[in-house]
Design a protein. Structure first.
Length: 667
């Protein structure tokens, strides 16, 4: 390699100086303030309320460990901030003596100002707890403009205050507290982090506090709220204590709805042997329900479920299969977990040592042993629930098997439709349709793509098992202004109808639709919007059931790609581009902006990442506007905007001319 090659290399953005002075070391809690998303998932409303959950979880850990039986939760107003929360427990109190590794600092100050510090690592202080990483209360402190800790311990009262993660003074001894013990944490979230308009939602906090009381029958939680923040659903004061735990909660949630079994399946079980912990559950099967599922680990909500959910599903599925075999129902062997849980109301709470979560926000439990522990604990109870009352067991088995039959019927219909289409002479499908294989139970999707070039990229970017591609040429016929003969003679519309397989107009039957989702994917420009409008008009007029049942979607491909060094992001339109350029991601950086002239300019990887992958894309579902009570009203609007009389469109434009941004016209 010649030396002159190095002389030709361009100078990198930001200069060519890279030495020891460029290495930045973040100390204390500064990493939290720089990157709050790493610790609480972002700076949005959900993240703001996560602060309240972190402090409340610490108080709950004291209660679960048997050291506290009362928690107080106070929400107050704080001018210019989200609000001020105070959470008090009557537990052991945070240690205030000097920490052996940090001479001159109390254990309290270490816990509040140092990441990964706490009493929950070794298991000596807590058998089970929600705090694992030792970052919860220190993160709250780092992201609060003011934090005050009071500790009543050994008949004495101590206090210390902090601001944005730093102590504003030393630990103070305030005097005697002979009739008091425990910890009080008061904090005001920092507007610099969460925004000046961010506010705690009283109803959301009220629901959080109430749910915690259900999760541990031995605790009493007292709710207090500033009068100015109360509402019909949020009282100024309330006391929560539920001796029945989850069963009480489920009874309230189900209300007077009729269920398959009059008695809920509920109970609790300590784990055997050296396995410290327990599981509690409550399950109902209402006759008419979309289902709701609440999963918890050590009182922490895990909305995405996890291994404890898997254990419960396994116990229920194996139990109902065994009961079917017991009474001679051979078809019960085909029951799947979704047949048992779909439409049910489930609450599951597990307490285990050293749980593992997917992230600091703890949305999903990943501890492998949880599946085994829960399955073994619940299975025996479920077997008794079914066999102790045969009428009850048979009723639930019949209900589950109805769902199984419906699932198998839908699967068989999809398989038949796909086989019929792919095995028929000449495929009986549009020549340009690239169908999915259908070798999976996952939902299938048809992308209607603008142009052959974009269609080629989409075919390479798709998931072959679940995603089909149908390219169309330019603007299709406007069916709202065309005659029936012209519509029937149009080749593009004939291709669309053949691909859907569900018929048109009065013969349209959405049950025969060959795909679960129909996704219109056009360029992110004016022409693309026009084509999408024509396609939406086609589906509304020719296949109304497809729209009514929510099968029609719009893809959201990007118009721009923004790059600054190794950082890149995609913008849907000019407004989104401006928002990204002003965000922390790019602000103050030299940003290179490239504009996609069409979907065909995107390579398959970009198209998959931004527009087609269910994990990262965004879709808009096309539905009937709520302000229109019936289809006739919507049809009148479509006829005026898309029909044969241009006067209606001219009037629409005139009425809204003042809303047009002149800069967009110049662009």
């Amino acid at each position: 390699m010649s030396d002159d090659l190095f002389e030709k290399l361009p100078t990198a953005v930001g200069g060519d100086t890279y030495d020891g002075s460029a290495i930045e070391v973040l100390e204390g809690l500064e990493p939290v303030r720089r990157r709050p998303g790493m610790y609480i998932g972002g700076t949005d409303e959900r993240a703001l309320h996560h602060l309240a959950a972190e402090v409340l979880d610490n108080a709950m850990d004291e209660a679960v460990a048997g050291h506290a039986n009362r928690i107080e939760f106070l929400l107050e107003e704080a001018p210019g901030a989200a609000g001020r929360l105070t959470i008090v427990d009557n537990g052991r109190g945070i240690p205030v003596d000097e920490h052996p590794k940090f001479p001159g600092k109390s254990a309290l100050e270490v816990i509040l100002t140092t990441l990964h510090s706490g009493g929950k690592f070794s298991g000596k202080a807590y058998a089970t707890s929600g705090g694992l990483h030792g970052v919860g209360v220190s993160v709250v402190n780092a992201l609060s403009v003011n934090t005050r800790i009071e500790v009543a311990k050994n008949k004495e009262l101590f206090a210390q205050e902090f601001s944005r993660g730093l102590p504003t003074g030393p630990l103070q001894k305030l005097g005697g507290a002979p009739n008091r013990r425990g910890t009080s944490v008061s904090f005001t979230p920092d507007p610099e982090i969460f925004g000046e308009d961010a506010r705690f939602k009283p109803a959301r906090l009220f629901k959080l506090v109430r749910s915690k009381a259900y999760l541990f029958a031995g605790v009493e939680i007292r709710w207090k709220c500033a009068p100015s923040l109360t509402s019909e659903d949020v009282p100024a004061e309330a006391v929560f204590q539920f001796p029945g735990g989850l069963a009480d909660h489920l009874t309230e949630q189900v209300g007077d709805r009729e269920c398959v079994t009059a008695k809920f399946f509920s109970g609790s079980q300590d784990f055997p042997g050296d396995e410290q912990g327990r599981v509690e559950w409550a399950i109902a099967w209402p006759l008419w329900s979309d289902g709701s599922y609440s999963w918890y680990c050590n009182t922490i909500p895990t909305p995405d479920g996890g291994t404890h959910e898997q254990g419960l599903r396994a116990a229920l599925t194996k139990g109902i299969r065994a009961f079917g075999d017991l009474i001679g129902q051979k078809k019960a062997k085909d029951i799947a977990p979704e047949d048992v849980v779909t439409g049910s109301e489930i609450m599951l709470s597990v307490f285990i040592r050293d749980p593992q979560f997917q992230s600091q926000t703890k949305d999903r439990l990943t501890s492998p042993e949880a599946a085994r522990l829960v399955e073994n604990a619940v299975r025996d109870h479920f077997d008794h629930f079914l066999s102790d009352n045969l009428d009850r067991g048979k009723a639930l088995l019949g209900h589950v098997m109805e769902r199984m039959d419906e699932r198998l019927r839908r699967k068989a219909e999809r398989d038949v439709k796909r086989k019929t289409a792919t095995n028929a002479k000449k495929l009986r499908l549009p020549g340009k349709l690239t169908d999915c294989s259908g070798e999976t139970d996952a939902e299938t999707e048809l992308f209607i793509v603008e142009g052959d070039s974009a269609g080629g990229s989409a075919k390479q970017a798709r998931d072959r098992k679940t995603q089909a591609i149908l390219p169309i040429r330019g603007k299709i016929l406007n069916v709202a202004s065309a005659t029936a003969d012209k519509i029937r003679a149009n080749s593009e519309i004939a291709d669309l109808a053949l691909a859907m397989g569900c018929g048109m107009r009065k013969d349209c039957n959405a049950d025969l639709l060959r795909y679960d989702r129909i996704i219109i994917m056009t360029d992110a420009d004016v022409d693309g919007a026009h084509i999408a409008t024509l396609l939406m008009t086609f589906f509304f007029q020719e296949m109304p059931d497809v729209v009514r049942r929510g099968h029609l979607y719009l893809a959201q491909p990007p118009l721009y790609r923004l790059t600054a060094g190794s950082t890149s992001a995609y913008a849907r339109d000019d407004a989104h581009r401006a928002e990204l350029e002003a965000s922390k991601l790019f602000k103050g950086k030299k940003v290179e902006v490239s504009r996609f002239k069409g979907l065909g300019e995107m390579n398959p990887g970009q198209l998959r990442e931004t527009t087609m992958s269910p994990a990262s894309r965004g879709l808009i579902r096309i539905t009937l506007p709520p302000e229109y009570e019936d289809r006739a009203q919507v049809k009148d609007l479509v006829d005026r905007l898309m029909g044969r009389n241009p006067e209606h469109r001219f009037q629409f434009i005139q009425n809204r001319a003042s809303e047009i941004d002149p800069e967009l016209i110049d662009a």
